[in-house]
Design a protein. Structure first.
Lengths: 724, 157
């Protein structure tokens, strides 16, 4: 099992082949945080040195780096900048950053093969290309200096934007070398030598985020902050029942509201366009839209559950089959059967969905924060019948992504509204629309059976995953033979040795409910399921949960190390006050390894308090340990929030939740202490944005089991069942 | 109808309905986008501003209720000692992630420090639990408030 790196089974090569090629103009929406105001840009500047699509250096020595992935809080602008700067030999204080324009040919993520930020792939995908980009530029600059001095480039060295000769008697600043460097032939990226890790001066050091300054003074520009001259604002109402349509609109009443300019009615939505948001909202209320609820008018959560229960009894597409699990189960000394139910989840990013559109005869400008700029460009081009390069995507900082902004549904809706509006229009979703018309993490229904031999060792492991396939919708080429590799990720390859294992997948599409990627993707469900059952097996074998896991990891040394480290740092086995307990979880996904130990307290009335989460991670070479810790703190809370509170339910074809009172986020007074411990590693970097999120829920529920003996198999956790 | 208001020391006159929330006056009419829209129901705190030093949720505060009050937004919180200290602490501890909620977080924290110079963890819980962060930066927010105030966290385990 340890022969392949975790995550490698999910070959994302075919991930999404939308529009390779033509980008738009090089649009520079610079983030001014680093220093100077935005440079207007960019590729057209002839007086600067631009040896590749990521780096420009001007005569003043100002270094501009173009960020191929988007910043949604995960710290990627800082990490990618570190990769370039490590080899380019410039100070982080010397650089300014720009959002890349949509262009798969220049900026595609090498794992996803599209310019998309997601699936914890950015550092893994750009680890080599961006260091090479920096090394190519530095090689050219050093060569230019050596040529001027008539010396061997090998005797020169570059440091902090300056080239020194061998004796360090002569020096030239990068800005003084740009013309000479631009005249040299550009070496192939793989022909330049990269630093050995022991020589890194930036990578592996705790670097402060580069985007903080403008995020503490109100200057950071998110999509919702776009200000376009002449812009109107639209408030929208989308059919509350999925698949419904507009029946009637009181247009006159809406237009009577001061500031309202126009009412736009499309099949499934109404937009009221006004001078400002409040007028638009008032107009929308006055419009008193009535709806035909359509084919899903009677749909409720019980229907979804029944559908999952029924269809999960059928055999699915086989994700993994090793040995003979059924036979081994039949001969096992002890048998376990369990069902796990997980709800739909909304993303609820703090920045509600929005998009500003200026549609003209032969071009369409979009101001939006998107994880998928080229996908957005392609689908808008298709909708409008315009060439892709007529769609100008002005990307922004994202006020949270979590997978929500991988989809372009909000942008398409805004463009459909803009087709009826003259001039630029900003379409802002209310929080209610954002929650009730999200594209949801699928509801899942997993059936598991496991068998133990007389010594308590698992001899059979059978896991059926049932739920919607996000991949089949989002990346059809990856959905092959009925198998969704995302839905079974971390289920098909658990970290443990199982001599007989059978994992399959049944696609069950809920009628009318759109599903999407959600932070932690497939593993956020599968790690919960696998780690819950393993905990049950440890109890059945009458073994300590950590000891039991250890015994199944003899071929998985990296997993063993994180398990031991988390246990040690958490004080596993040490006494706790009454009603407190610890639970452990382990995963090998996203190209890395993680273990978490949670410490919880369960009151007699069932009330749950999570006191502490200790996380140990081996994610290969760490680019920025500071970011790793931040992602553990945030990712653990994202997953914990879902485990405690997260559920989107349906009634009469509508989502019942609407805002933060009933789709509840964790708040300051509830959060545990989160500790991060990183295993030093020389392996290639793993992904990290999602890992802490997928690891946390089973640590919590296993801790609850330790305190109460009650096993949680349905999320969110129902604390009323924990009363003693 | 016309309303006069004072924002960050500057007088403005705006022509909006009396029920228009201060949030949309700031963002859409005055073009000050540092104050964020998150929920529209005072559930998330992203829109927090100060009026005469008191924190309030601008998304549910009608312009007619602001009267002659002095409005302070994130764009000018550095004019207060607490605001400056908090911004620096936020930078020192690398608090932000996506950053969308942080304007509101800092405005709530600034009001806390103005009222309670050395807040306890319980004070922080009470003052900050109305501000939602989906990235989960709460642990660093708590530490940054303590840092700015020169106070310290109890053992919270």
């Amino acid at each position: 099992m340890s022969e392949s790196a975790p995550g490698s089974r999910f070959d994302r090569r075919e991930f999404l082949k939308v529009g390779a090629g033509v980008g738009g103009l090089m649009l520079s929406v610079a983030i001014p945080s680093l220093l100077r105001p935005a440079s207007i840009s960019t590729a057209q500047q002839t007086s600067s040195f631009a040896p590749n699509a990521f780096i420009r250096i001007d005569h003043a020595g100002a270094v501009t780096l173009v960020m191929p992935m988007v910043e949604m809080g995960q710290g990627i602008y800082t990490a990618l900048t570190m990769l370039i700067a490590e080899e380019l030999e410039v100070d982080l204080g010397q650089v300014r950053l720009e959002h890349a324009p949509p262009n798969d040919a220049l900026y595609a993520n090498a794992i996803l093969h599209v310019q998309t930020t997601g699936l914890s792939s950015s550092v893994r995908a750009f680890w080599t290309p961006l260091r090479q980009a920096g090394a190519v530029a530095r090689t050219l600059i050093v060569s230019a200096a050596a040529k001027k001095w008539g010396v061997d480039p090998g005797t020169c060295r570059a440091r902090r934007g300056v080239v020194y000769d061998g004796a360090a008697t002569r020096q030239l600043r990068y800005g003084e070398l740009v013309d000479a460097a631009a005249a040299l032939p550009i070496p192939a990226p793989d022909s330049v030598a990269l630093k050995q890790p022991k020589d890194f001066t930036l990578i592996g050091t705790p670097v402060k985020r580069l985007d903080s300054a403008d995020k503490v003074n109100g200057k950071a520009q998110f999509g919702i902050d776009a200000k376009i001259p002449g812009m109107k604002v639209a408030a929208i109402a989308i059919s509350p029942a999925f698949g419904g349509s507009v029946r009637s609109v009181n247009e006159a009443a809406a237009l009577a509201v001061s500031g309202v300019r126009q009412v736009v009615r499309i099949e499934d939505a109404v937009a009221v366009v006004a001078d400002h948001t409040w007028a638009a909202k008032k107009g929308l209320k006055a419009a008193a839209v009535e709806w035909d609820d359509g084919p899903n008018a009677a749909l409720g959560s019980a229907d979804i559950l029944r559908q999952l229960q029924e269809q999960s009894t059928r055999p699915g597409a086989v994700a993994r089959n090793q040995g003979d699990a059924q036979k081994a189960l039949a001969g096992a000394a002890q048998r376990f059967d369990a069902v796990y139910q997980l709800p739909f989840l909304a993303h609820a990013a703090m920045e509600p969905m929005n998009c500003t559109v200026h549609l003209q005869k032969d071009r369409c400008d979009l101001w939006v924060g998107t994880q998928a700029p080229t996908l957005t460009q392609a689908v808008v081009a298709e909708l409008l019948g315009l060439p892709k390069d007529a769609i100008k995507v002005h990307n922004h900082l994202l006020g949270g992504g979590f997978g929500r902004r991988l989809d372009a549904d909000g942008t398409l809706l805004a463009v459909r509204i803009a087709q009826h509006v003259s001039g630029p229009v900003k379409v802002i979703w209310s929080r209610e629309e954002d929650i009730q018309h999200d594209m949801y993490r699928p509801a899942y229904y997993d059936r598991l059976s496991a068998g133990l031999d007389a010594n308590g060792k698992p001899v059979a492991w059978i896991h059926r995953v049932a739920g919607s396939s996000v991949l089949a919708r989002y990346a059809p080429p990856l959905f092959k033979n009925g198998l969704d590799m995302d839905a079974v990720e971390a289920a098909a390859e658990p970290p443990y040795e199982f001599p007989n294992i059978h994992v399959d997948y049944v696609r069950v599409e809920p009628p009318g409910i759109p599903t999407a990627f959600w932070r932690g993707v497939g593993p956020v469900k599968n790690v919960f399921v696998v780690e819950s059952l393993i905990d049950d097996l440890a109890a059945a074998a009458k073994q300590d949960p950590v000891v039991y896991r250890r015994s199944l990891l003899s071929n998985n040394p990296r997993a063993l190390v994180v398990l031991n480290l988390a246990a040690e740092k958490a004080g596993w086995g040490q006494p706790l006050p009454p009603r407190r307990g610890r639970g452990v979880s382990l995963q090998a996904v996203f190209g890395g390894y993680m273990s978490q130990v949670a410490e919880v307290e369960v009151a007699p009335d069932g009330a749950l308090k999570v006191h502490r989460i200790v996380c140990a991670a081996d994610c290969g070479i760490v680019v920025n340990p500071n970011t790793i810790a931040a992602q553990v703190e945030g990712g653990a809370l994202f997953g914990l929030t879902a485990a405690l509170y997260g559920a989107i339910t349906l009634k009469r074809g509508r989502v019942e939740q609407s805002n933060f009172h009933d789709y509840r986020p964790m708040r300051m007074n509830e959060v545990p202490v989160v500790e991060t411990h990183i295993v030093k590693s020389a392996e290639a970097p793993g992904g990290f944005g999602e890992a802490p999120c997928s690891c946390v829920a089973p640590a919590i529920t296993n801790a609850i089991f330790a305190v109460t003996g009650k096993r949680i198999r349905t999320l969110p956790i129902n604390t009323s069942q924990l009363r003693s | 109808m016309a309303f006069n208001l004072k924002v960050n020391g500057t007088a403005h006159s705006v022509d909006v309905d009396a029920d228009t929330p201060l949030l949309w006056v700031l963002r859409d009419v005055l073009g000050m986008t540092g104050t964020k829209f998150g929920c529209g129901m005072a559930l998330c705190g992203a829109c927090t501003v100060h009026v005469d030093g008191t924190p309030l949720r601008s998304c549910i505060t009608p312009i007619k209720n602001v009267g002659n009050g002095a409005v302070t937004t994130i764009e000018a919180i550095d004019t207060t000692a607490q605001g400056r200290a908090l911004q620096q602490a936020w930078l020192d501890l690398d608090v932000v992630q996506c950053g969308y909620c942080q304007s509101g977080q800092i405005m709530s924290a600034a009001a806390l420090l103005k009222a309670t110079a050395k807040p306890s963890d319980a004070d922080i819980d009470a003052a900050m639990s109305g501000n939602v962060c989906r990235c989960g930066t709460y642990q660093r927010i708590r530490a940054a408030i303590h840092r700015a105030a020169g106070s310290s966290s109890e053992n919270r385990r």
